[in-house]
Design a protein around this ligand. Structure first.
Ligand SMILES: [Zn+2]
Length: 283
C-alpha cells in the first residue's frame, strides 16, 4: 500500500541524512544518530517482581492453533484470549510483539538486564539485554571476529518511556502518525522493550542503521550465522505486510537456538508465520 521507499528517496540531498535516522523501524528512531534523540537514560530496572521463569520457552514444537484472522480489527483484547501465552508473555523468548500485539503489561521491564561485553557505539545503558540474549551476543560477536568480521552493538533494551519519547519525536518530525508508524513503534509495541532485541553495526561505523548496511559483510555474515546463536532477522525484506516494518538488516531478535534453527530449516521468514499468528501490517 504505502511505498515509503519512493517517499524517502525522492527527497534529494537531504534524503541520505534523513534516511540515516529513519530506518530504525524496530521501534527505533534516532538510535546512534544523535538527531534530537530523546536522551532519557532508563533508570536501572527494579530487580524483579517476577522471577525469570525457568522458561515456558520450549516453543520449537508447535504453533498455537491459528487464530481467526481478524482483519482490520485493532481490538487487542481478543489477542489476549488467544491460547498462546508463551507468545504473549514478555518474559518468554517466544514472545511476539508487533503492531497488533502490545507488550502486556505495556510498561513491562525485564527482570534483569546486563551489558554484553562487546564493542558498542553508544552508552552501556543503551545496549543492555536480557542475560540469555547478552550471552548469545557475546558468542556471536566473537565468532564473527574470528571470521574477520567486526560487529558493534548499536542499541538494545529501550524502556516504555524511551520508546514513547522516540515515537513522539518522529510524529513531530513528520507531522503525522501514519508516517511515524512506518519507522518507529508506538510505546508498548517495540520488542526492544523485551530486552531480547538489538541492532548491530559494522566496526568502522559506516552504514549504521541505514539501508546500505544490508550490503556489508557484517550484515551478510550475521544473516547467515545468527540462527546458530538463537537470533533471527526480525524484519526481513519483503515481509512488511506481516511484520509492519520495512526491512532492517541490522535488527536481530533473540528467540533461542531451537526456534531460530526451526525457522531457518523451514525457511520461515517471520515469527508471525512460524507461530501461526496473524500478520500485523498496522495497528
Ligand atoms: Zn532495532
Amino acid at each position: 500500500m504505502r511505498t515509503p521507499g519512493q517517499r524517502r528517496l525522492g527527497a534529494g540531498p537531504v534524503a541520505a541524512a534523513v534516511l540515516a535516522v529513519l530506518l530504525t523501524g524496530c521501534g527505533g528512531g534516532p538510535d546512534g544518530s544523535g538527531a534530537g534523540a530523546p536522551a532519557s537514560t532508563a533508570e536501572l530496572p527494579a530487580p524483579a517482581q517476577r522471577s525469570p521463569a525457568a522458561a515456558p520457552a520450549k516453543e520449537g514444537t508447535q504453533a498455537a492453533a491459528p487464530a481467526p484472522a481478524k482483519a482490520g480489527s485493532d481490538n487487542a483484547a481478543s489477542d489476549k484470549a488467544m491460547p498462546d501465552k508463551a507468545h504473549s508473555d514478555p518474559a518468554s523468548p517466544g514472545v511476539v510483539v508487533n503492531k497488533r500485539r502490545p507488550l502486556s503489561p505495556q510498561d513491562f521491564v525485564p527482570p534483569k538486564l546486563v551489558v554484553p561485553r562487546v564493542e558498542r557505539t553508544v552508552a552501556a545503558e543503551r545496549v543492555r539485554l536480557r542475560p540469555d540474549a547478552a550471552a548469545a551476543v557475546e558468542k556471536m560477536f566473537a565468532a564473527a571476529a574470528a571470521d574477520g568480521v567486526g560487529l558493534t552493538l548499536v542499541s538494545g533494551y529501550r524502556s516504555f518511556e524511551e520508546q514513547a519519547a522516540t515515537y513522539n519525536h518522529w510524529v513531530g518530525q513528520y507531522g503525522d502518525e501514519a508516517q511515524a508508524d512506518e519507522v518507529s513503534a508506538r510505546a508498548g509495541h517495540s520488542e526492544h522493550q523485551t530486552g531480547l532485541a538489538f541492532d548491530i553495526g559494522q566496526a568502522d561505523g559506516t552504514c549504521t542503521l541505514v539501508l546500505c548496511f544490508r550490503d556489508t559483510e557484517a550484515a551478510r555474515w550475521t544473516a547467515q550465522h545468527a540462527a546458530r546463536y538463537g537470533f533471527i532477522l526480525r524484519y526481513p525484506q519483503g515481509h512488511h505486510e506481516v511484520t509492519g516494518f520495512s526491512a532492517e538488516s541490522w535488527h536481530f531478535r533473540y528467540v533461542g537456538p531451537e526456534i531460530a534453527g526451526a525457522m531457518k530449516a523451514a525457511g520461515t521468514a517471520t515469527l508471525e508465520e512460524h507461530f501461526g499468528l496473524p500478520p500485523a501490517p498496522g495497528y
